[in-house]
Design a protein around this ligand. Structure first.
Ligand code: 8YV
Length: 330
């Protein structure tokens, strides 16, 4: 039969995914799950046909330039491809795919968890209960803010943004969104969502703002200092997209001064490092921080692995892989 493609996988994946990859490919798996250095990556790519990276790899122009001649496909294990230079890959005729659609619901769920946790002081309350220091119920103790009846502004109304809109609607929020393109009337009506062509105007009117756009050159610090200052006093920010979309230093200052009430953050500008000032705000109950767990379900990781496999098989069979990422999309 045909020679199996040599597939380099940079991180440990769920057992069922690895087993299937071993059956189908000449799979080089990373059992100790340590992220590969740039040098190891370049060395591994000398003979690889396919690379399966994750968000912890930096597949920049230098890595792509030094890859061997057989590398034809970068099948990302994840949806965001901001850690891959898709332009540089495309220029070398290397196809890039992602895992479109399979982590939508999990990420939307975690967004709602943060959207509830911050205004309802979930982590603060849980700490008191677990520490045995509960002074007893009082009518004025541990009061948070209601989310029902509040305005939610969604930045980026793709799959995840829409999944958040459906959930937030069920929680009684009114749904607003800003997107490069307005949704079709049918989709917009179905979500009962109000479109704001101007992000600035939307920001000034929302009680909660949630970020769901991809991280591209155009969205770096989309929530700039100027825009963050447009947010209402008492508003909350939720980010389960990418840390670099928000000017984190300014966000911290605005929360410290009380201009913004709080934030629920699953992503940070310099992962895995988290700004100590944010950790301090977490101690003070102003922010809830999660270590990039938006899509972290076992089911989701298995679905992602299956998506990667489908993309590789289609590509190797000469078909167009379903989740191809075009450089123009970035
Ligand atoms: C994953 C993510 O943890 O898919 C994404 O864009 O941010 C996360 O769901 C990561 O991509 C794994 O590579």
């Amino acid at each position: 039969g045909k020679k199996k493609p040599l597939v380099i996988v940079t991180r440990k994946l769920p057992d069922v995914v690895e087993t299937r990859m071993r059956e189908l490919f000449d799979a080089r798996l990373n059992e100790d799950d340590r992220p590969m250095s740039q040098a190891d990556l370049v060395a591994a790519l000398q003979t690889a046909d396919v690379l399966v990276p994750t968000i912890t790899d930096r597949i920049d122009a230098a890595v792509i330039a030094q890859a061997g001649p057989d590398l034809r496909l970068i099948a990302n294990f994840g949806t965001g491809v901001d850690h891959i230079d898709v332009e540089a890959a495309s220029a070398r005729n290397i196809t890039v795919t992602n895992t479109l659609g399979v982590l939508t619901e999990d990420t939307a769920d975690m967004t709602m968890a943060l959207m509830l946790a911050v205004p309802r002081r979930l982590v603060e309350g849980a700490k008191v209960a677990a520490s045995g220091s509960w002074p007893g119920w009082s009518p004025t103790w541990m009061l948070g803010n209601r989310i029902a009846g509040k305005r939610l502004g969604i930045i980026g109304m793709g799959r995840i943004g829409q999944a958040v809109a459906r959930r937030a609607k069920a929680f009684g929020m009114s749904i607003h969104y800003h997107n490069r393109r307005r949704l079709s009337a049918t989709v917009e009506d179905g979500l009962e969502a109000t479109y704001w062509e101007s992000l600035d105007q939307m920001l000034a009117r929302m009680d909660v703002v949630s970020v769901h756009c991809p991280r591209t050159p155009a969205t770096y610090h989309l929530l700039s200092a100027r825009r963050l200052k447009l947010m209402r006093a008492g508003a909350y920010l939720v980010n389960t997209a990418r840390g670099e979309i928000v000017d984190e230093a300014t966000l911290i200052k605005l929360i410290e001064s009380g201009a913004i009430a709080g934030a629920g953050l699953d992503v940070f500008e310099h992962e895995p490092a988290i700004n100590p000032k944010l950790r301090k705000l977490a101690d003070a109950g102003k922010v809830v921080l999660l270590p990039h767990m938006g899509s972290a379900t076992l089911e989701g990781r298995i679905d992602m692995g299956e998506k990667v496999i489908v993309n590789i098989r289609n590509f190797m069979d000469g078909h167009r892989p379903p989740d191809r990422v075009l450089p123009t999309a970035v």
